[in-house]
Design a protein around this ligand. Structure first.
Ligand SMILES: [Zn+2]
Length: 439
């Protein structure tokens, strides 16, 4: 007999993310075959089923899609506290990162990636050095990953080779992982201020030839906006548009310092944004105009940014921070309602990276799913006539409520523990390797 049997997941509440309104389905079912969803909907409408049935007591929903992360920076978590991004990078991050070996990145990606899975993040868009180590580690622990190795032109980081070498390695990496279920490779020009005009144009051309996602920091800091204007006479969005970069699939991280013209440039070019409010607030970078971006029809996904900027890689905290900052910026308590922010954490984020097969549980989607225990007191009271499970999840949930996680139908977290990597055994080595980066 060819193929595998269909598994049926039945949950008290199913959030299938079939529309932006997010209509919860009570007693919902998801049928999974060969790592993909073949059907989802109310159990009473399901076909008869003789295979395995997995009962979820609580919420079943797609895993979170983290649109901007540098997970191996768990090695630098806590370092350089209290600094603006530019000083933090140049004085604290880059000197240590210059000493990174592939083994450091591999261990950190497995440990940090386990934190992502454990907290319900099943896909991460990663920008980090030693892309092959990132990809192998993600693949090993069962985390879906868009790997976009960075190019940064700074003398401190010359140990990673010339930009030409790094771009060639990116293309080789992309070819090596073509056809992989879990790993997609894109290109990561770090930012307009840290990469030259020539290299930005080359990376843009390579992305276009290979059909790769471009993942770049844009307009993160006030300082950067001034520096780019001085160098190019334009804002970063206007400049990147002028060199043709936006003819590609582009994901712009942060996008804080955006005027009306910049918002229009993103909208007319279909540039997507990774919104990282926790990082933007920690580094005092600024407050992104997320309501204006959404209003202009721009695809926006949430991103944690790296663990040296976010510390906890907690998507529930990210959702709540996004809501709170949007409301205080506009003095409007209707801004970013729970369904909209949950959309930005799942299906909206998947759309932002051009992956409609992720972030939702619809026929043809990858079976990337998380189960959430809503039995704790924090999820109560439940008043049936006015209950909104999405609001309860967004306002009251936390990574510790995620009990089980599947990626492509493979169980990677069971009873709140990662099954694919021995996290405890790696902690001591992580400490030693983190200390080793100091000198
Ligand atoms: Zn970043």
């Amino acid at each position: 007999v060819k193929g595998t049997a269909v598994e049926r997941f039945v949950a008290d509440v199913l959030l299938a993310m079939s529309s932006e309104r997010i209509v919860p389905i009570h007693r919902g079912a998801v049928d999974v075959e060969d790592g993909k969803v073949v059907w989802s909907g109310p159990l009473e409408e399901a076909t008869s089923h003789s295979g395995a049935v997995i009962e979820i007591r609580g919420i079943l929903m797609p895993g979170f899609v983290d649109t901007h992360c540098h997970t191996p920076m768990v090695l630098l978590r806590g370092a350089g506290e209290g600094l603006l991004v530019n000083q933090w990078l140049k004085e604290v991050m880059w000197p240590r990162e210059a000493r990174l070996e592939p083994d450091d990145v591999a261990l950190a990606m497995k440990l940090g990636g386990s934190e992502l899975l454990r907290g319900g993040i099943t896909t991460s868009v990663e920008m980090y050095f030693h892309g092959q180590a990132v990809a192998e580690a993600a693949d090993e622990i069962g985390l879906r990953c868009v790997v976009t190795p960075p190019v940064i032109e700074d003398a401190q980081l010359s140990s990673f080779g010339t930009p030409v070498d790094q771009i060639q390695e990116m293309v080789a990496l992309s070819e090596r992982w073509r056809g992989s279920d879990l790993v997609e490779v894109g290109v990561g020009p770090h930012a307009t201020y840290s990469v030259s005009d020539e290299v930005l144009r080359t990376m843009s051309a390579v992305a276009s030839e290979q059909g790769m996602l471009i993942h770049i920091h844009v307009a993160e800091q006030e300082w950067e906006d001034g520096a780019v204007r001085e160098r190019t006479g334009m804002s970063a969005p206007a400049y990147l548009e002028s060199i043709g970069m936006f003819e590609n699939r582009v994901l712009a991280a942060h996008s804080v310092w955006m005027d009306d013209e910049d918002v229009d440039i993103f909208a007319r070019n279909g540039v997507a944004v990774a919104h990282c409010p926790c990082s933007n607030m920690k580094h005092a970078s600024g407050i992104a105009r997320v309501e204006d971006l959404l209003g202009a029809g721009i695809r926006v996904g949430l991103g944690t940014d790296g663990p040296a900027s976010h510390h906890r890689l907690d998507f529930f905290e990210e959702m709540r921070t996004a809501m709170r900052v949007a409301r205080i910026r506009t003095r409007d308590a209707q801004q970013l309602p729970p369904n909209q922010v949950l959309w930005m954490a799942t299906a909206g984020a998947a759309d932002a990276i051009g992956r409609p097969d992720l972030g939702r549980l619809a026929p043809g989607s990858k079976a990337d799913m998380i189960a959430i225990d809503t039995g704790g007191t924090l999820f109560h009271p439940v008043i049936r006539s006015e209950d909104d499970p999405v609001s309860r999840l967004v306002f009251q949930g936390s990574p510790t409520d995620v009990t089980d996680v599947w990626v492509s139908g493979r169980k990677v977290v069971e009873n709140r523990a990662v099954t694919t990597f021995d996290v405890e055994s790696a902690i001591e080595e992580l400490d030693a390797r983190a200390e080793g980066l100091l000198s």
